[in-house]
Structures are given as C-alpha cells and as structure tokens.
Design a protein around this ligand. Structure first.
Ligand code: GLY
Length: 424
C-alpha cells in the first residue's frame, strides 16, 4: 500500500520506521516529517491540521492508507475528510478525538460508562475552582479542558498555587480557549503505566505495555514534560493485569463509544494508575500513540505493523495476526537544555546519523541548517533506543549510543528503566 504518516516528531519517525519494515508498504510518505524520517520516506510540506489540504495531497500521491501521528489533526477533522475521500485512516474522526481533545468530555464519558477514574468537578470561574479545591487536599490536580500541547495538566502542592494556576488559565487566558473550562480532580497515588490499544470500533487489541518517565530530572524530580524516556514491555505487567485492564477499561471504552454513536477507528491510549490496593484508575485518554512510548512499543512489537494498521483501518482487526512483544526496547530522550521551559535552537548535533545494530535514533526536534548540518530545533531532540532480549541490555545499549551523540546543553535522564530493573 502507499502509506502517508502525518506528523514530524519522534513518534512519527517510529511509525515510519515500522512501516518501512512492513511487507504491505509499497510507498512511504510523511507530512511534514523531519530529517530522520526523510531517510525512510518522502517528506512533504503541509499542514496536517488542514483537512482539505491533506485530502488533496493524499489524492495527488495516490495514498491508500493514512496514519495520523499527533492528536491535533484528528481533533481538526482531518481523518473525517480523508475517509470521506475513500482513503483508509488509522485515527478517529473529530467526534472520537474529543476523548483527548476535551478532558471534561472524557471524564463525563468514563463516569457515564462506569470506567474507573477519579472524582472530578468542572469549573468555569475562580469561585467554582476554589470550592472544588477546598473539597480536596494536596497534591491537587488541575487540568485545562482543551488541548494545550502537553502543557495543560498541573499537580500543584498547595491550595494557593492551585488557585494561581486556575487564575492563569481562566483570567489571564494563558492557554487560550483550552483553559476556559477547568477540571479539578482527586489525586490518584500508585504506579503509572501506558496502555496502547488498536480498535476498529468492534475489536480491541493491546500493544506491548510501556512506561513513560514524565518528569524532567532523575528520580522523578523536576517539571512535567512530554516524556523523557520509556521502555517496553513493562516486566511487572502480566496477563492477569492485561485482562483486568481489557475488561474494566478497554472493552467498556469501545462499547461506550458504540453506545454513544461515536465511530472510532484508531489508537486508544489509556494512561492508567494502578492504585496501592490493586484497583485501576484512568488518568487520561489519548487518541494516538504516546511519544516517547511509540519509539519503544513499536520496536518491541513482534507483528507486522503495516498489516495490523491496515487491517484495523479497514475494520478487520479481528482477523489480524497479533503476536505481542518479541523484544525489549528502552528509549532515552535527549532534550535541549532548559526544556520543558525555554531553550536555544540551532545547535549542531553530532553522532546521530551513524547506523548501529540494536539501536535506533529517532528524530524529533531536529532540522538541517542552510549548510546541511543537523541542528536542534525543539525541546525533545532525539529518542535513542536500545533493543535487546532483556531490559538491562536494552538499557545499556541505549545509553552507550547516547554517549556517542552530542549537542551543546544537551540534557537527558540517567535513570530510564531503573525502577523496574531494581525491582527485578
Ligand atoms: N508521553 C505522553 C504522551 O504521549 O502523551
């Protein structure tokens, strides 16, 4: 099939890489892509959030299957327009994308369908926020309803800090329309994991489990980021837990979407907390693969990615061969100094281009400068992945590869996977 991947980050590089190894792929395109992706696919300038433009581009190229990487094009209705044009798409339409595009919608959806999640209040003014916060104790959880490029969730330690965050959104309008409605919810302690599943609206299939490392610094310290590293599969996630997650979360989600008349073909990302008593709580839904989770889950997956995506997009997921994890992958994000705050761009990157067995360097915030040199162009610059039969070797391979790459002010965590390795 002629395949188009929408997006240009590390996750999309992993998706393009997985398609490049699939026996269904006869042509591989990406919009807009990045310098790493450009080695595997033909990259096209364009705006994935413009449904008409994407439909025109895909029609012109004879694309048969589109994989939507990020959430924004899905919320914008790009998948609807492509499907209307007769193209297979992995990614829900705008109605299904609300599971990620509106935190209020997703909390109400979970409540309506008996899917475990923490209690919450929806607030449209500061008095409502203060009342909702007064019912709870630290750490508080405050979220913007709309999409905020990963910057809309807060865990303030004090009541006053929580109120200032609400004021920043509601009155100072720092997150624009995304912050006009606020979700205040109970904090859930426990162990966090990511479950990525495919659904064609009827069947649900789970990809290998993964764990992200969201804080900027070692030991889960520092600010929340989009993710500083991940590994897959998670050794303590066993069949019993997967069955519980399927029965209590994934199947009710697919059934709930059906009951609500929301068509959904694509990825369900459930951020799950396993509470100290073993019960589950959904922290959030996303309607796409995680980043950096995709960079480890796809190399760990033992199946043919193109085959399972095309079967899912065509509504035939039940027929797809689905073998589960065949390897262990661990990824370390190399970020710009200062991320997730302000950072410099345009710094030369060396050592990222060499090919090495059992490692892979996924590009995210990179670009070629006017002289053709690879330079930094974003907060998360690269995800460096080690692949092996066991977590320790995957970790050692990833960090050995990281040591050969450099750019000024580079920052990465040194403890990706350590908790699971120590627990073992
Ligand atoms: N790594 C978290 C996310 O993709 O949302």
């Amino acid at each position: 099939m002629k395949v188009m991947v929408l997006g240009g980050g590390g996750r999309e590089h992993a998706v393009v890489h997985a398609f490049s190894k699939s026996k269904i792929t006869t042509g591989l395109h990406c919009c807009p892509g990045n310098p790493g992706i450009a080695k595997l696919a033909e990259c096209h300038a364009g705006d994935p959030c413009n449904p008409a433009e994407m439909t025109g581009l895909c029609k012109k190229l004879g694309i048969e299957l589109v994989f939507a990487g990020p959430e924004a094009p899905l919320v914008a209705g790009t998948a609807d327009a492509l499907r209307d044009a007769g193209i297979l798409v992995m990614g829900p339409g705008a109605s299904g994308a609300r599971l990620e595009g509106s935190k209020a919608f997703s909390k109400q959806f979970m409540k309506r369908h008996g899917i475990p999640t923490s209690d919450f209040d929806l607030c449209t003014n500061l008095d409502e926020c203060k009342a909702a916060l007064s019912k709870r104790s630290a750490p508080f959880v405050v979220k913007a309803d709309g999409l905020a490029a990963g910057k809309g969730a807060f865990l303030p330690d004090t009541f006053d800090e929580a109120v200032s965050i609400c004021r920043m959104m509601l009155e100072e309008q720092k997150l624009g329309a995304a912050g006009n409605l606020i979700v205040v919810e109970d904090y859930v302690p426990g162990m966090e994991m990511t479950v990525l599943a495919f659904t064609d609206g009827k069947t649900v299939r789970i990809l290998p489990s993964s764990q992200d490392h969201k804080r900027a610094l070692d030991g889960d310290k520092g600010n929340n980021t989009g993710g500083m590293g991940a590994y897959s599969p998670v050794p303590w996630v066993d069949e019993k837990l997967i069955k519980k997650i399927t029965d209590e979360i994934l199947t009710p989600t697919v059934n709930g979407l059906k009951e609500d008349g929301i068509p959904f073909i694509g990825v369900i990302y459930a951020g799950i907390m396993i509470k100290p008593d073993g019960s589950l709580s959904v922290l959030e839904y996303n309607v796409r693969l995680g980043d950096p989770e995709a960079q480890v889950v796809l190399p760990a997956f033992g199946g043919d990615f193109g085959e399972v995506v095309s079967a899912c997009a065509a509504g035939r997921l039940a027929d797809a061969e689905w073998p589960g994890a065949a390897r262990v992958a661990l990824g370390v994000v190399m970020a710009s100094g200062g991320y997730p705050g302000t950072f410099e761009k345009g710094l030369e990157i060396t050592g990222a281009d060499e090919e090495e067995e059992n490692t892979f360097v996924y590009h995210a915030g990179t670009k070629k400068d006017a002289q053709g040199k690879l330079v930094t162009n974003g907060g998360r610059v690269l995800t460096v992945v080690g692949i092996a039969d066991d977590l320790k070797t995957a970790r050692d391979r990833a960090y050995a590869r990281v040591a050969k790459i450099s750019f000024d002010k580079c920052h990465f965590r040194n403890d990706i996977g350590d908790k699971s390795l120590k627990a073992k």
